[in-house]
Design a binder for this molecule. Structure first.
Ligand code: PHB
Length: 417
């Protein structure tokens, strides 16, 4: 660090202003714990990048109970079910009757807008557009984050705890040394071709479709913008596809028996890789990993953002115990506590992916067996309940009664939609 380095102090230094980093900073601030968030992207980029769309009921409840839920409740749309479609027929999974819960369709960047606005309202220190982020002294009790501020000033941010919320490609995950880290990893031999199109909705609820041509997902963003995906080769070049070819492929996978997609201009397209990953441990000294920095799920179960939020709900309870009661016990247990939900979500995301996608290597037996599985899941109340429970989300561990997250969860637990 040079002599012009600005030295700043905070309790919790957070790398990354995504769902995990911003939600953590928000929960800590309600608890009276100071944090600074550093982020390499600029604010406009974060607020406009289209990502996931489904919020579990627990995510919405936590937002609402901590003062950042007004817009999701007013403008998000509550979904009481999804359609599983195969053999040209849709089978509905009704969430409230099976679980007493629902989900909300509310795009991730809208969640981020709400969290950024709330944080800045409370005078938060969020450094957007920083470069050269480095972690230091994470195995001491004064870890630091080094970076260059957007205006070119070198900064050293001294902290009590550093939390890596910088995603799967960030600097935090590799800061857990190879020799101490186990990487649980699975790649899938396909990707998702994702589009945004100017069109009216084709369905009131999300449609997860399995067909001989492969998987397709029909989702929505607004009454005039639709989000759809179809399984493709992970190396597919999205720029080579005309609108007509995209619509033909989507229609071939989902239409039939009176159902077809309403088409329109495709104004954004791209290929998303599919992988499952868990980092163990989720901590190294005073560095803690949360969200995609700690794990990745394929998007089929809509779990990525929700898992980021449940991680920080667990971590914030532990940080409150540490800062307000001087007890590091829950922090030491963070990875163990979070990993129960992480591995359930890993299983569910893998299972939905395997069940709904076309596997080039599958034998005829496997392909027919898959239809048997879809029949079992959609054709019995127990099968539907298994899917609905996982999709709407499992409970978050309550480890610190009286903490902000625990109170919020307790307040809303069992609330019927
Ligand atoms: C989306 O709307 O982008 C979306 C919804 C559900 C998923 C994945 C993506 O499982």
């Amino acid at each position: 660090m040079t002599s012009q380095t600005t030295r700043v102090r905070t309790q919790v230094g957070i790398v990354g202003a995504g769902p995990a980093g911003l939600m953590l900073s928000h929960l800590l601030s309600v608890a009276g714990i100071d944090s600074t968030v550093v982020e390499v992207r600029d604010r406009a980029g974060i607020e406009t990048t289209i990502r996931a769309g489904i919020l579990e009921q627990g995510t919405v409840d936590l937002m609402a109970a901590t003062g950042v839920g007004d817009r999701v409740l007013a403008e998000g749309s509550r979904h009481d079910g999804i359609e599983i479609r195969y053999g040209a027929e849709s089978r509905r999974i009704d969430f409230p009757s099976l679980t007493g819960r629902s989900v909300h369709l509310y795009p991730q960047h809208e969640v981020l807008k709400d969290l950024i606005a709330a944080r800045l309202d409370r005078g938060a220190d969020i450094r957007f557009g920083v470069t050269g982020v480095t972690l230091h002294d994470v195995t001491t009790d004064r870890p630091a984050i080094g970076f260059t501020d957007a205006d070119g000033t070198p900064v050293e941010l001294r902290c009590d705890v550093v939390v890596g919320c910088d995603g799967s490609q960030g600097i935090s995950r590799p800061a857990v040394p190879d020799t101490l880290r186990t990487d649980y990893f699975r790649a899938y031999p396909f990707g998702w071709f994702g589009i945004l199109a100017e069109a009216p909705p084709s369905s009131d609820e999300l449609v997860y479709a399995h067909s001989e041509r492969g998987f397709a997902l029909i989702s929505s963003r607004t009454p005039t913008v639709q989000r759809m995906y179809f399984q493709c080769d992970p190396r597919e070049d999205a720029t080579q596809w005309s609108d007509a070819r995209i619509w033909d492929e989507l229609q071939a996978r989902v239409s039939g028996n009176g159902f077809s997609l309403k088409e329109g201009r495709v104004f954004q397209r791209g290929v998303i890789p599919m992988r499952s990953y868990v980092c163990s441990p989720m901590r190294h000294g005073r560095l803690f990993l949360a969200g995609d920095a700690a794990h990745t799920v394929p998007p089929t179960g809509a779990k990525g953002l929700n898992l980021a939020v449940s991680d920080v709900a667990v971590l914030s309870q532990a940080l409150e115990r540490f800062f307000l009661d001087g007890d590091p016990g829950l922090l030491e247990e963070y990875g163990n506590t979070a990993s129960d939900r992480v591995w359930r979500a890993q299983h569910f995301s893998w299972w939905m992916t395997s069940m709904l996608h076309r596997d080039e290597a599958a034998t005829d037996f496997d392909a027919r067996r898959r239809l048997g599985e879809l029949g079992m899941v959609t054709g019995s109340a127990a099968g539907r309940a298994f899917l609905a429970e996982a999709y709407t989300g499992w409970p978050v561990a309550l480890t610190n009664p009286g903490s902000v997250a625990a109170e919020a969860i307790r307040l809303t637990a069992g609330r019927t939609p």
